[in-house]
Design a protein around this ligand. Structure first.
Ligand code: PHE
Length: 341
């Protein structure tokens, strides 16, 4: 019987050694030291052995039990530590791996240009006034003093809808009358940004849609020198202090007198090059004193009120500033182009 016990002991110890994971260990414990385990079954044989052998057998079985128990505890601790280490190792973060880069968005170059323009006029007390992209012939042309057969009203210039009186605005000047009609008889100082549409041949220099920023100031004491001062200061802030400006007489139906403002060429600094067609100057906006008829159409008495207006194209400004030679780039959505700004 003792020999059988020793054999069982040796076998059990061998199996314990071989166990590679805690789940196997649990089964081993149940089959060995559990209430129905092999050692327990051996204890029940106690009555069958000769009386004189019983003390030795009893002692031996107790030693076997406690040794197996100790061996089990030790193995359990070993396996648990190993399993935990394996789990930690497999879920660990490798801090030496390069990070995954988040794709980053940015503001469109025209949005940046617009915001720059807003900031400058905002500092001068101009508020942003928005009107619709869809306009009527009345606001886009008639109330702005366009003669009935002015070429700009022709089919090839405007995008018409099925209703011949409803068009896409061809310039932001259409909003001038709306602003005046809302503000009169109070003074006005607004800029009107927005997308404009013209049914033109698409080339590197002209597009069928583009943004404009209109400006309008109306009051009882506004002169041409206010116009010049405002726009000169604007150009200084937008392009830098060493850019010179000049005003040239021009014509628009809704302003009288009218003027275009030029700045010295960005590329040649006024010496003359291909971009400025050897003149040294680049035209950047149209402007003028609001025509008396237009003031009247907006609700202001031209004997009491005067005003100035101006209009510029942010695409053109960005093209000149950054040396972009094709206006179509702005709306092609080529990220290689857009990411440069
Ligand atoms: N609306 C004119 C254009 O589109 C620009 C302009 C605005 C001129 C206001 C004078 C005054 O060319």
């Amino acid at each position: 019987m003792l020999a059988k016990l020793d054999q069982l002991y040796a076998e059990s110890l061998g199996k314990l050694e071989a166990a590679g994971e805690t789940a196997v260990l649990e089964t081993w414990y149940k089959n060995t030291l559990g209430t129905k385990g092999n050692i327990q079954l051996m204890t029940r044989q106690f009555g069958k052995i000769p009386r004189e052998e019983r003390p030795a057998f009893g002692q031996r079985i107790n030693t076997v039990k406690s040794e197996l128990e100790a061996a089990y505890q030790q193995k359990l601790h070993l396996l648990k530590t190993a399993e935990m280490n394996a789990a930690i190792a497999s879920s660990a973060i490798d801090v030496t791996l390069p990070g995954r880069q988040q794709p980053q968005g940015g503001l469109h170059v025209i949005t940046q240009t617009l915001r720059h323009i807003y900031r400058i006029f905002g500092d001068m007390g101009f508020q942003i006034y928005r009107t619709g992209d869809v306009e009527t012939d009345l606001y886009n042309f008639e109330l702005l003093n366009f003669p009935p057969h002015h070429p700009a009203r022709e089919m090839q210039d405007s995008f018409y809808t099925t209703d011949p009186d409803v068009i896409l605005r061809t310039h932001t000047s259409a909003g001038q009358i709306r602003a005046m009609q809302e503000y009169h008889p109070e003074p006005v100082r607004v800029i009107l940004p927005g997308m404009c549409y013209r049914n033109e041949q698409i080339t590197t220099r002209s597009s069928i849609q583009f943004t404009q920023v209109e400006g309008l100031a109306v009051g009882t004491n506004i002169t041409f020198s206010d116009l010049k001062g405002t726009l000169t200061e604007f150009a200084r802030r937008l392009f830098g202090a060493d850019r010179e400006t000049r005003f040239r007489a021009s014509y628009f139906p809704f302003t009288e007198p009218s003027a275009e403002m030029d700045v010295t060429c960005f590329l040649c600094d006024g010496k003359g090059c291909q971009v400025c067609k050897q003149t040294g100057w680049l035209e950047i906006l149209g402007s003028g004193m609001v025509h008396p008829t237009v003031l009247r159409n907006g609700g202001y008495d031209p004997d009491v009120y005067t005003g100035f207006a101006f209009g510029m194209g942010p695409e053109r400004i960005a093209m000149l500033k950054y040396g972009i030679n094709d206006i179509r780039q702005f709306w092609n959505n080529d990220l290689r182009f857009l990411k440069q700004f």
